[in-house]
Write a protein that binds this ligand. Structure first.
Ligand SMILES: [Zn+2]
Length: 123
């Protein structure tokens, strides 16, 4: 039996989907004009609904840009709760402390691990 971690969901994609939903739109909906440039799109939940030229590609790019900026800002607020130390031989260790100075010269790299705090009610 394997004990694989759950598959990572692209956080930017997840944020775009949530943002679109909050706007009453469907991130995964295929725009009628993308499906058929000579056709129509009048669903009201298309990601391009609020854009005058109804360019779904541009609308998705705007959502991605905003999500990427928000994600970067969020990462700036987080403090690591641990570190994954990995050696070039393939060995890995979970630690509550960052790597000691000079460990990188011995073949070690580290990845900080973060925990997201709960979102407090905005009201
Ligand atoms: Zn559309």
């Amino acid at each position: 039996m394997t004990d694989n971690p759950p598959a990572m969901i692209d956080p930017i994609e997840a944020m775009c989907r949530a943002h679109a939903k909050a706007d009453g739109l469907d991130w995964d909906e295929v725009c009628g004009l993308e499906a058929d440039p000579l056709g129509e799109c009048d669903t009201g939940t298309c990601i391009a609904t609020c854009y005058e030229d109804h360019d779904a590609g541009y609308a998705r790019a705007v959502y991605r840009q905003q999500a990427t900026a928000a994600y970067a800002a969020l990462r700036e607020t987080l403090v690591p709760v641990g570190w994954m130390h990995e050696h070039e031989r393939g060995e890995s260790v979970l630690s509550r402390k960052p790597m000691p100075r000079g460990a990188d010269e011995l073949g070690w790299t580290e990845t900080p691990l973060f925990a997201l705090p709960e979102i407090k009610d905005a009201d």
